[in-house]
Design a binder for this molecule. Sequence first.
Ligand SMILES: CC(C)[C@H](C(=O)O)[C@@H](O)C(=O)O
Ligand code: SF4
Length: 417
Amino acid sequence: MNITEKILSKKAGHEVVPGEIIEIDVDLAMSHDGTSPPAIKTFEKIADKVWDSEKIAIVFDHNIPANTIGSAEFQKVCRDFIKEQGISKNYIHGEGICHQVLPEMGLVEPGKVIVGADSHTCTYGAFGAFSTGMGATDLAMVYATGKNWFMVPEANKMEVIGDADEYIAPKDIILNIIGDMGIAGATYQTAEFCGEVIENMGVEGRATMCNMAIEMGAKNGIMEPNSDVINYVCKRTGKTESQLDIVKSDKDTPYKRELTYDITDMEPQIACPNDVDNVKDISKVEGTAIDQCLIGSCTNGRLSDLKDAYEILKGKEINNDVRLLILPASKEIYKQAMDLGYIETFLDAGAIICNPGCGPCLGGHMGVLSEGEVCISTTNRNFKGRMGDPKSQVYLSNAKVVAASAIEGVITHPKDL
Ligand SMILES: CC(C)[C@H](C(=O)O)[C@@H](O)C(=O)O
Ligand code: SF4
């Protein structure tokens, strides 16, 4: 069996097969300020008390601090629920984006089943967990029962090999895979990433890749934990390696598809408007004029991304015709970036630093685009109107490319600076 099948089999109490419907206990259920209120509304119709107040995490990240009366009311509903139900794992003071905060708080471990009312809940596959997003009203049933049904997904094995240059980040690898698969290429399937590049990849890059599994429709993204993941989880949970449930795929297990991606000679990859699979080599779009540059999100708002941006921006100033927004994915990352001098460099370069959260990623808060404006961003979606006006456009790339483009005012390969 593969990792996903093994995790689901253990929960189901028998050996599962793809296509089978199972009902299993979940280890953690997450919702945020955008999705908790509809979950709470449905929950209140079906139950009085949550199944386990210690296994629910609520994070405020989408509109933090509240930017409209509506979002303020949503957050009030969440605060009342947290108090009434005694939800101890609440991160409602700007701690950061849910998909960064949960691992930081030691709530993510290999072998666990984690669901969340957010499509990028698939991020935790980077730690060897089975994790997937679900609808807010469906999550209400999990609040009430601690159980959920799943159809066991078919799995794709995606091996990443080769040696790329310093301008290639995990973001380029996942964009390249999505460009190949298409936005619905892995719908309700597992994307299991493996190979020498994944084995040697740090926690942050792994999170970037699993985060975007949903952008090819995948039910979950998953990776065998490596030593970086094990060290990270042990540090965060206070557990030892032997206390973790590290699950690996059997060597000879069959997959729906076995794909190999060689990153040698890869150019930085850019997802062009208006679909994440509209992926082109940077040489095809270099010189495109931009108005806004954004570094942040649950995909690329981590310390390694800020370091990449710092290396490009130090001693430089951004082009006067663009604005550069930087949102560390969590308070912890923000503090580290301050200690390392990154924030000062960003400010001196002319960037606007926003508080940790989703912010402009989904066009709801800070940095909304007007008609005809163009943004290059490290986020994960470039759908029509994603960041504002339906006639605005979003290009997706890695952090070095965004930083280089901010300096030049047009989409720029960092090697050309
Ligand atoms: C608001 C939320 C439901 C949504 C999601 O599920 O992904 C958001 O986080 C996004 O990135 O589009
Ligand atoms: S950062 Fe963007 S993609 Fe991630 S959870 Fe927030 S809105 Fe969704």
